[in-house]
Design a protein around this ligand. Structure first.
Ligand code: KG4
Ligand code: ZN
Length: 343
């Protein structure tokens, strides 16, 4: 039975290849978290096909939302607001969630909340750590974003450094592709890398001179290594490549995270985004505990795209009265608040 002081937010997420809906209580407690993945469909094409993603979202979104309400044992009458991912993501995919949420709000007169997907990823930490409060430092690593972010408050962020080209997840997926591993490549590289104890390839750091990150050079270096070996008829050890690449892709991020944490004087560090599921990244960030830092890492099930993180973010926007109206449109290039363009 719902307590009158409790706030229930229905979250809807459709930015890429997961159709997701969730009911979250007071921003912190997951009552349901339904994620319908389209991975098996897109695997056939080696990556997400935007048009196919949109069509599958259209077919699934009503059922996924109904399932989330049912698993939470609530009806729309118990819901206080509907939070939907506005961006960033694939425009056609985003539009499915946005349109569905708008229709639901129109029918129920519930308030609509437009959530930034990246801010949602950061909120996955609140679902794993009920007592976590800003400020803290956050390493944001997803398929589209790579940044060290100071979370000043629930809706105030300072992006301290970020990638000037590819995102780290994108690099994982591209390297996996050239290694002949199936989509999505990140988890495959993670698995393969764990079988190599002595990586032998020395790829350069992804940290560039101004403290930001660049992944395009690392990606090219891996591709060149594979081509050179191929031309010489040398059979490469894929696990060695996977591990050597992982070290290069992650170590620089963790080093910059540590530098920014020390410079800020903050004592709490969190991670967010799909690459936050990477076992090597998690073990490197966990080492901060030995240096007196409290480390927060979302549960593995909350690192990838889900709607519980969107509902959690929606709760904090609800508390501040940050509502959208029914003219809301999808925003495929939505930036994190505080994100500045690179010079
Ligand atoms: O946050 P996310 O689910 O979607 C975006 O918002 O982009 O991130 C997806 C990315 C993909 O590039 C995927 O390969 C990567 O996260 N990923 C991983 C792992 N699990 C997912 N990368 C490395 N190791 C993993 N275990
Ligand atoms: Zn995401």
């Amino acid at each position: 039975m719902k307590n009158t002081s409790d706030i229930y937010i229905l979250g809807i997420e459709s930015s890429c290849d997961e159709t997701a809906a969730s009911v979250v209580k007071n921003g912190r407690e997951i009552l349901s978290n339904v994620v319908l993945s389209q991975i098996d469909i897109h695997k056939l094409y080696g990556g997400v096909v935007p048009e196919i993603a949109s069509r599958n979202h259209v077919e699934a979104v009503d059922k996924v939302v109904a399932e989330a309400l049912s698993q939470a044992n609530v009806t729309l009458a118990d819901i206080d607001a509907i939070a939907v991912t506005q961006g960033a993501g694939l425009v056609g995919a985003l539009l499915v969630g946005v349109s569905f949420a708008k229709g639901l709000c129109q029918a129920t007169k519930l308030p609509l909340i437009a959530v930034n997907h990246i801010e949602g990823h950061i909120c996955a930490n609140y679902l794993t750590y009920p007592n976590l409060e800003p400020p803290y430092m956050c390493l944001l690593t997803s398929g589209g974003h790579t940044a060290v972010v100071k979370v000043v408050d629930y809706d105030s962020y300072e992006v301290l450094c970020s990638t000037v080209d590819d995102a780290v997840g994108e690099a994982f997926d591209k390297v996996a592709r050239v290694l002949g591993l199936p989509y999505p490549g990140g988890p495959q590289i993670d698995k393969l890398a764990q079988t190599c104890n002595e990586p032998t390839y020395k790829f350069h750091s992804v940290v560039i001179s101004n403290g930001n990150f660049s992944y395009s050079g690392l990606k090219t270096a891996v591709i060149n290594t594979l081509h050179n070996a191929d031309q010489k008829g040398i059979v490469v050890d894929k696990a060695d490549i996977a591990k050597s690449f992982t070290l290069a892709a992650i170590d620089g991020l963790v080093d910059r995270l540590w530098q920014e944490t020390q410079a800020s004087g903050l004592k709490t560090v969190a991670i967010a985004g799909g690459v936050g599921a990477n076992s090597y990244l998690r073990s490197r960030v966990a080492e901060f505990e030995q240096r007196g830092i409290t480390v927060c890492m979302p549960k593995l099930s909350l690192c990838g795209d889900n709607a519980a993180m969107i509902a959690s973010r929606g709760y904090y926007m609800f508390k501040k009265g940050q509502f959208a109206d029914l003219s809301l449109n999808a925003c495929p290039t939505m930036k994190l608040r505080g994100e500045k363009p690179h010079r």
